[in-house]
Design a protein around this ligand. Structure first.
Ligand SMILES: [Mg+2]
Length: 438
């Protein structure tokens, strides 16, 4: 209900802007009494039904009603390994934040173990803070969670939990505005370049090169021009044979990136490996060399970046803007690979991508193509998105997503969905089926 001047007017004749209608909130010290009053009495009449509207006093009118936390383990059916570990299942933390009749979805990959423990930490430590917060204050929520967990957080699993919460709040923001996340972040709905990731260690070791070639041929049949394979899991010579087979299979136009998953013990050993792989690639060259060393060996990455022609990429395990600042300051990476599910969510990802842009550093987000497609669509310095076809049984998060809302790849690109928020819908039957129970 509005007055003839377009001014809000309470049906009972109260003035919503009158300061005497306000009192401090006992949860957040903000003036929410008015909000409660509005919600109970004229929500839907004065402000519209579900559309998000900021109150003129800056107080959110959306009430958080629940934070639901799920720990799931989705099995990897084909025996699979990378240079540093065997993969039998992927564990994920899935968080649903409910506000009025909308649900924001956030998630993080937790590795091969630990999602149940982290879910418990979220319920005990983080959820009460989120529930007492204004859901529109996404950066403020992150700051409060970060500060409240300063002694036990700052990095590691706790930041992965903060990431999932931040992602859920952004998804909620998109749903409230009925806008895709990409648009919310200044991008547009478009197809984003992607590469076919894979080349894990599977099958008979003596046929390793042939297995790489066959996988790349399948990637090409699916329309991908660019590819990535693992290295570091065999001898340098054995991996060089796989690199040569990959280069032969990609054709003249394609590019091949290598991913060592922190395999090499020091820069000297990594340098030997990279030079061997460069020789195996010949004139074709390599797209990038990823995570040759421990993420803690920033100086080693910088040494490699100075020494070799192949661009050095890293950052998938790095967390918060501070670790990326260190990588940038030391020139340790030619390509940064932030993962919004790891480093602190979408808010922190955007900070990192924008900072990288200021230093002419491209970003190639790690994992979660269904999320990063939006962020890449809103980032001019995004190089490409990492895509795993679900049939590869590697990135299996999409087992938890309804088939209709899974990411679509076509002709070497992924299609940014035009649905509100992230555009994914959780399959609750799958969530129950893969739930970790103790
Ligand atoms: Mg990687």
């Amino acid at each position: 209900m509005k007055s003839s001047r377009g001014q809000a007017r309470h049906p009972r004749g109260l003035d919503p802007l009158a300061t005497d209608s306000l009192r401090p909130c006992n949860i957040c010290t903000r003036t929410t009494a008015l909000v409660d009053h509005l919600r109970e009495s004229w929500q839907g009449t004065y402000l519209g039904i579900t559309e998000f509207v900021s109150h003129p006093l800056g107080v959110s009118l959306l009430q958080l009603t629940a934070v639901r936390v799920h720990a799931v383990a989705v099995p990897v059916h084909i025996p699979t390994r990378i240079s540093t570990r065997v993969l039998s299942a992927r564990e994920y933390l899935v968080i649903e934040i409910e506000a009025d009749d909308l649900v924001g979805i956030g998630y993080s990959y937790i590795g091969t173990r630990g999602a149940a423990a982290l879910a418990e930490a979220v319920r005990e430590i983080l959820s009460p803070i989120v529930l007492a917060s204004d859901p529109t204050d996404i950066l403020g929520v992150y700051d409060r969670l970060y500060q409240e967990t300063l002694l036990t957080g700052r990095r590691g699993m706790m930041i992965r939990a903060l990431s999932a919460i931040d992602i859920a709040l952004w998804d909620l923001a998109g749903k409230r505005r009925n806008a895709p996340l990409a648009e919310l972040l200044g991008g547009c709905i478009r197809a984003v370049p992607a590469y076919a990731s894979g080349g894990y260690y599977r099958g008979d070791e003596s046929a390793a090169a042939q297995i790489v070639a066959e996988e790349i041929e399948e990637n090409r049949r699916q329309g991908f021009r660019d590819h990535k394979i693992k290295v570091g899991g065999l001898s340098i010579a054995g991996d060089a044979d796989r690199v040569a087979a990959g280069i032969a299979a990609i054709g003249p136009e394609g590019r091949l990136a290598l991913d060592a998953n922190n395999a090499y013990p020091n820069a000297h050993e990594a340098l030997r490996a990279i030079r061997a792989f460069e020789r195996a690639a010949g004139d074709h060259g390599l797209w990038w060399m990823e995570e040759p060393l421990s993420p803690d060996d920033i100086a080693g990455h910088a040494e490699l970046a100075r020494a070799v022609e192949t661009p050095i990429a890293t950052g998938e395990i790095a967390q918060t803007r501070y670790e990326f600042r260190a990588l940038i300051e030391t020139k340790a990476a030619d390509i940064l690979q932030p993962d919004a599910g790891v480093l602190g969510g979408i808010s922190e990802w955007i900070r990192v991508a924008r900072t990288a842009e200021s230093f002419q550093i491209p970003v190639a987000p790690h994992w979660h193509a269904n999320l990063h497609v939006h962020l890449a669509a809103a980032s001019p310095n995004a190089l490409t998105v990492e895509h795993f076809d679900l049939s590869k049984d590697i990135y299996n998060f999409e087992e938890l997503v309804t088939p209709d809302s899974r990411l679509i790849a076509s002709e070497g690109k992924v299609i940014c969905p035009d649905r509100p928020g992230l555009g994914i819908e959780i399959d609750h039957d799958a969530l129950s089926r893969f739930a970790i129970t103790r």
